[in-house]
Design a protein around this ligand. Sequence first.
Ligand code: NAD
Length: 444
Amino acid sequence: MRVAMIGSGYVGLVSGACFADFGHVVTCVDKDPAKIEALTRGDIPIFEPGLDDLVATNVKEGRLSFATDLTEAVRSADAVFIAVGTPSRRGDGHADLSYVYQAARDIAKVMDGYTVIVTKSTVPVGTGDEVERIVRETRPDADFAVVSNPEFLREGAAIADFKRPDRIVIGTDDERARRVMAEVYRPLYLNQAPILYTGRRTAELTKYAANAFLATKITFINEIADLCEKVGANVQEVARGIGLDNRIGGKFLHAGPGYGGSCFPKDTLALIKTAQDAGSPMRIVETVAAVNDQRKRAMARKVIAACGGSVRGKTVAVLGLTFKPNTDDMREAPALSIITALQDSGARIRAYDPEGMEQAQSLLEHVTYCDNAYDCVEGADALVIVTEWNAFRALDLDRVKGQMKAPIVVDLRNIYRADEMARRGFLYVSVGRPDGAADADGLM
Ligand SMILES: NC(=O)c1ccc[n+]([C@@H]2O[C@H](COP(=O)([O-])OP(=O)(O)OC[C@H]3O[C@@H](n4cnc5c(N)ncnc54)[C@H](O)[C@@H]3O)[C@@H](O)[C@H]2O)c1
């Protein structure tokens, strides 16, 4: 099969490289010339484990190429995927579909012969209808179908998720398009990945329902964590106690500083807007979004409490900036709100992240970026662990303590044990665990 991928970001580049690895001939297109120049040189513009090797191998074998102009790729393609961004529209929280519609117009102008246009971007219900209308209006003579094929990969584990998905959702009523999609995904089908064929609107909504459900799960355990701190219970044990129930499942039950990233915040907002417009408001998701928003600044208050009620003039070391480990993606990362709130309260910030500092520099001001974790804690009055990179899980704690001005650690990911930290002489605060809460209370 010949595949054109319009948009070569976190989703487009991973999907394109994986399709090429299945044996298809893929062109990844992006309107950003710097991105395409880098890819053509062999540089990967994002951090995603394993992606550099996957891209290099498939380029070498002649199955993967890059372009800024989509004409050739689209003309020869059996399937054209749209994988452009759908950020929150400024002002109202609806998904901004301008990139998707522009891509649809660009594709329509050059497509040739029967073409399956596949929306991989996360788009609100009814977007497929509008893409179809745009293509029809631009090219009344065109022979095409518009399919919804939402993507469920996670940054940081994107290649494994794409190659071994829990399911593939394909939304179309067009029999020819269904056959093309079955061929595109045939290698996965052989690997027993379940393919769910649905109507287009159902596929579009399934993606939002999945993300809203996961965001709800995270927010639920975060509120349980708050309650644990009040009543002297341990959220990790509660999570295990409920997660072993198959009806609940153990994943996404890690209490922390609130969800961030390029998907959950914008997708919950977009679903809320869609539901309101449809006259069927989703009050649970509305509450989840509001609770999560509050939580990020509440984490800064937790740090301030651990520091005795004030951080004015103090130095706070922040380990981890990205919204989760194994990515360089800083979009909506909790670290942004936490650091800003600490700065608002007069703290100086030193920070270190293995991959996120370049993106962070354009989003945060007056932060001292450090070379490694030990450099970061030098002279600090408190250390906050915001992202659970593996590199932070086994720090030399005596060295950390020796370099800090005061041995205060606020662990927002619960990666250390309270008893061990106490034994080593730290004042240790974590999330939803009794020792952490007791330490924090003790200071207030
Ligand atoms: N990032 C994730 O983990 C993830 C997971 C599942 C779904 N999604 C969804 O996939 C979509 C893409 O997300 P992303 O994180 O890859 O975004 P991204 O911002 O990393 O990449 C989008 C790319 O599209 C390019 N682009 C925009 N308009 C274009 C056009 N007309 N022609 C060619 N290129 C164009 C941009 O230059 C950019 O490089 C979004 O809808 C997102 O919600 C993302």
